[in-house]
Design a protein. Sequence first.
Length: 505
Amino acid sequence: MKKIVSTLFVLFFIAISSCKKLEVNPSDAMSTGTLLTTTDGLTNALNGAYALFKDHILFNGITDQNNMYLRQFYQLSDFASDDIVCGQVTTDPLYYSFSLDHSPSQSNTRYFWYVSYKIINGVNTVIDAVEKSGKKDATTNQLLGECYFLRAFCHFNLVRLFGKPYSVDPNSPGIILRTNLTDPSRKARSTVKEVYDSVIADAEKAAGLMTLSRGVQYASKEAAWSLLARVSLYKEDNTQAIDYAGKVIGAGRFTLTTKATYPSLFANATTGSETIFCIAFTDVDDYGKFGSIASMIYSDGNSGWGEEYVSSSLRALMSAHPEDIRWSYIVPLKDAGGVVQKKNGIEVYYISKFSFQNDRPNLSSPIMFRLAEMYLIRAEAEAKTGAGTAALDDVDMIRKNRGLEASLYNKVVPAGSTALDVVLAEKRIEMAFEGHRSYDVFRNKRSLNKAYWGYHLTGLKETDVDLSKTPVGYPNLSVPYTSSRIIYYLPIDETLSNPLATQNP
């Protein structure tokens, strides 16, 4: 990733990427510094940074409708887990997440790396200009804090995809940290620990700067605390995870959705009671069948490709409680007789968490942080620090709001399980399809069980599928946390242009 030399070019790029047009004076009448340190200029620059999470932008000379930060992130994360099954073999690079047949030249990781650093470089430009200006009013601090938050958020997502879990090897290569405008373009990878330290420092600074609320479509101090809770948990700093999750829970701004309101949470994310931070899409951002998040995992018959489904593994976990309201996001494709249909031998259960904003099948405002996760973060950290009953209480807070009032743990760990087992199982169900599952497995030094039918099984033919049996004899039926393929190769663009960036094995 080449360092951007001209701050004016970066600002221009951010501004034109924004969902709002930025009206500015001619370049000879207004300097870049002035533009960035006026409230309107700073706000519009930030709007552009937020827009980069959802826009299709030019990459390698073309604008590919399949390329979008959030689409790539969810596919790279969730399609590698045991929650989503691949319904057919495809040439789309998303298939590499299922098959683990990764490549440095796959277009989805290359684009994700590119747009992530585009966002990081953009907010670095804003940070640099504002800090040089010396402005410290509440509005400027709020916007500056949002920049620090976005930088931390992007660095953390990058290190999760391209670096080993902190709990596995904190001193292994992470990603390239870009925290200022003076870095050389050729720079070595920081260690995973160094990246985490930078993310924590940025998020802590963000939390201290942000004192205003601009709505859940923008960062806030609670969003920064949420990121700190998540990062602390991944780092196995359980005391800090409990503290930060508790700050969000105790802030009084958010409440858990109930059995009655949960089914509309994701379609109405910007007004949902437990949404802490989301990326706001509008009707003009409806990409339809091409390039949306939903199009691969849902279809009403024409709205999407609908080639990936809920795995039988996740459905088996949920099967004990058909009354669980979380089934409302799992949509079976049934024939006129009510029988679930199959495609290529695999039962079709669509996923609708990214659908039905304004009744549009491919539109949603994806939630990056929500209150339920904070309860589950605190519960996991409590389970790991010997506070098992407190962990079960937090899990029960979720369950009694999901239609499981008659199936609470009431401080008792089920026979044959640990409190941690209970928390991780609950999180798998609650946060399914939201980009968490594979990280939760591997950072806890567990193996991912992929012994279920789907085209993640190399060489599978439809005639091989026998849903009454468990598949055997295929590669990668179990993926240990020690596998080198739980993370992706650095994109070839980076390693060719930056010889200091060593490749993953």
